[in-house]
Design a protein around this ligand. Structure first.
Ligand code: PLP
Length: 383
């Protein structure tokens, strides 16, 4: 029965059992570092909490279930999860990555791993032929993020996976923006799914965490070996909060999508707005791919202003009262941000403008509040 569960049922029950010791329906917070053994080596499956902790273990199984995977591994942040994937490689190996990547991912690749002799190529994957041009016998990993941040480009995961498989290269997909409710990359041929659990999976802006999910036992063994050896694990309290968050993931993402659609359509008709980037529009250049690989279009929206004024966009992000001016995304509360001076400030102006991050670009993480209030808030700020 549990194998055939639909998404909402899996979010609530997937990989989970009542607590074996007490019957508690909610996984307890096993706030312990170690486990008493009856005699040497005679234990109940847990020896030391860096290696395995029951609360984290329950979350890892739950995450595997909702991503249609078999193995899950949780880390102290999304970047710690990515760090684990790159540590599977050796000096001399090459990685092909999307070019409009989350800033922290770019920093990890360039400033940490390049000095260990791993080479990174950053290409636009909207046209997948750019990947084939860069593949050579040293290529070991393709790194995809879709939808991308903040321009909401969509990459065809299945098409990339065919290239990866044809060349014996691993494919990892950062599924943070879409969530498994909207998109399950393992079903499309990816080998590893990565999450910043901090965002939609946690969903309540109270935890920083990362995760990897995969189907292949050999890959999982490597991930667990690095997780245990490098030790960037998350704690039981945070694991509990995320287990609780995931129980409403499907409800939250449904509302994020509904609110996102209404706000995107309202923005398009606003006299001050120039462009609106949201993959649900038929005019979005990758709409067909989004429709094929996603169940909905999400609540992440970027837009620009006519005249492209930095001051005008700063005025809007300062004037809103319900939208909060903050980095991050995916929580129940709506956030507003100005990429050119916040998340993308370290990228030279010329370079960021090439990818579309112009001075007036504003990014919204649409929350699950009443959408009429959100629209009114934007309307008041955009007079
Ligand atoms: C936030 C984020 C990350 C990094 O995750 P942390 O939990 O902040 O370490 C990676 N990828 C994407 C798409 C993100 O939004």
């Amino acid at each position: 029965m549990k194998d055939n569960m639909r998404f909402g049922t899996k979010a609530i029950h997937g990989g989970l059992e009542p607590d074996a010791a007490t019957g508690a329906i909610m996984t307890p917070i096993y706030q312990t570092s170690t486990y008493v053994q009856e005699s040497v080596g005679d234990h109940k499956g847990y020896e030391y909490s860096r290696t395995l902790n029951p609360t984290r273990h329950a979350l890892e199984k739950n995450l595997a279930a909702i991503e249609n995977g078999i193995f899950g591994a949780c880390f102290g942040s999304g970047l710690a999860a990515m760090d684990c994937v790159i540590k599977m490689l050796n000096p001399g190996d090459e990685v092909i990555s999307t070019n409009d990547l989350y800033g922290g991912s770019f920093r990890l690749f360039k400033t940490i791993f390049e000095k260990y002799g791993i080479k990174f190529h950053f290409v636009s994957m909207i046209d997948t032929s750019a990947i084939e041009e860069k593949i050579n016998s040293n290529t070991k990993l393709i790194w995809v993020e879709t939808p991308t941040n903040p321009m909401m480009n969509i990459i065809d995961i299945k098409a990339v996976s065919q290239i990866a498989k044809g060349n014996n290269v691993l494919l990892a997909v950062d599924n943070t923006f879409a969530t498994p409710y909207l998109q399950t990359p393992l079903d499309l041929g990816a080998d590893i799914v990565m999450h910043s659990v901090t965002k939609y999976l946690g969903g309540h802006s109270d935890v920083v965490m990362g995760a990897l999910i995969c189907n292949d036992e050999k890959i999982a063994e490597e991930i667990y070996r690095i997780q245990n050896s490098s030790g960037a694990v998350c704690g039981p309290q945070d694991s509990f909060l995320v287990l609780r968050g995931i129980k409403t993931l499907h409800l939250r993402v449904q509302r994020h999508c509904e609110n996102g659609e209404k706000i995107a359509k309202w923005l398009v008709n606003h006299p001050k707005v120039d462009k609106v980037y949201w993959p649900g529009f038929e005019s979005h250049p990758n709409h067909a791919v989004a429709k094929k690989q996603m169940k909905g279009f999400g609540g992440m929206i970027s837009f620009t202003l006519k005249g492209n004024s930095l001051e005008a966009s700063h005025e809007i992000v300062a004037k809103v009262k319900i939208f909060c001016l903050a980095e991050s995304l995916g929580g129940v509360e709506s956030l507003i941000g100005h990429p050119a001076t916040m998340t993308h400030a370290s990228i030279p102006k010329e370079e960021r403008e090439k990818s579309g991050v112009v001075d007036s670009l504003i990014r919204l993480s649409v929350g699950v509040e009443d959408v009429e209030d959100l629209i009114q808030d934007l309307d008041n700020a955009m007079v």
